[in-house]
Design a protein. Structure first.
Length: 227
C-alpha cells in the first residue's frame, strides 16, 4: 500500500483510531508510510467509575493514546481537546483539522462514516462531518483564508476512507497486522476490562470481513476518490 504521501487518521476519542483502522495503520507504517493521528475529544466521559475525576481521566487517556500510537508506528498525535460528548462541527474545529491537512499533505484521510444510519454517538457523527467539511476547506483556497496567511497552500487529499460504514467498497488485508492492532488496543486499559474477550471478538469480526475477499483478516472502508 505504498502511497505518494502520508496518511492522516482522525478519530472522535482516544481508542477510536485503533478500533476503526488500527490494522490498516499498522500496514501503512510497516510499508514505510508515515501515519498521523488527530484525536478530537478529550475522552473525559469514558468511564463508569463515579470516583474518577474527569481531568485525571483525560491525562490517562492521552497517555494511553500515545502508547497505542507508538505501538503502531504513528509519527504524531494531535489532540484537539474538545469536550467528550459535546463535540460540534464548528468553524474552529474545521480550521484545526484543515490546518493539519495542509501541513501534512496526506494522500489518504481516514475517519468515521458520519452517514451511517442509526449511529448513536454524537461525537462520531460530528467528527465524521467535521473531517469531510475540513477536507473541502483544505482543498479550496477561498475557505479559511487565515490558512493562506499562515503560508499553508491548499491541498486536495486524493482519497477519503470511512470506517464503520454499512456500504464498504474497499478492504485492507490485516492478516499480518492484526496482532499489532490488538497490542495497540491493550494500551487503552481505562476502556477495556476483558482483553481476552476483545481479542476474540475483533478477530472474529476481521475474519468475517476478510473471508469473502480471500483475506484471513481485513478492515473495511467506504473509499471516496473526490474529483
Amino acid at each position: 500500500m505504498m502511497l505518494q504521501g502520508p496518511v492522516l487518521v482522525v478519530g472522535a476519542h482516544p481508542d477510536d483510531t485503533e478500533f476503526g483502522a488500527g490494522g490498516t495503520v499498522a500496514a501503512f507504517t510497516a510499508a514505510g508510510q508515515a501515519a498521523h493521528y488527530i484525536v478530537c475529544t478529550d475522552g473525559s466521559k469514558g468511564s463508569k467509575d463515579r470516583a474518577v475525576h474527569p481531568a485525571d481521566l483525560v491525562r490517562r487517556r492521552q497517555a494511553e493514546q500515545r502508547g497505542a500510537a507508538e505501538e503502531l508506528g504513528v509519527s504524531s498525535v494531535t489532540f484537539l481537546e474538545q469536550v467528550d460528548g459535546e463535540m460540534e462541527n464548528t468553524r474552529d474545529v474545521r480550521l484545526r483539522i484543515a490546518r493539519r491537512i495542509r501541513e501534512l499533505r496526506p494522500h489518504v484521510l481516514i475517519t468515521h462514516d458520519a452517514w451511517r444510519p442509526w449511529m448513536l454517538h454524537p461525537d462520531h457523527r460530528a467528527v465524521g462531518f467535521a473531517v469531510t467539511d475540513a477536507f473541502v476547506a483544505a482543498r479550496d483556497h477561498l475557505y479559511l483564508p487565515e490558512l493562506l496567511d499562515e503560508g499553508l497552500e491548499p491541498w486536495a487529499v486524493p482519497e477519503l476512507w470511512l470506517w464503520g460504514t454499512l456500504e464498504p467498497d474497499y478492504w485492507v488485508d490485516t492478516s499480518a497486522t492484526i496482532a499489532r492492532k490488538l497490542s495497540a488496543l491493550r494500551h487503552h486499559e481505562s476502556q477495556i476490562s476483558d482483553f481476552g474477550a476483545l481479542d476474540e471478538r475483533l478477530r472474529q469480526g476481521a475474519r468475517e470481513t476478510g473471508a469473502p475477499h480471500g483475506m484471513g483478516y481485513a478492515e473495511a472502508f467506504k473509499r471516496l476518490l473526490p474529483r
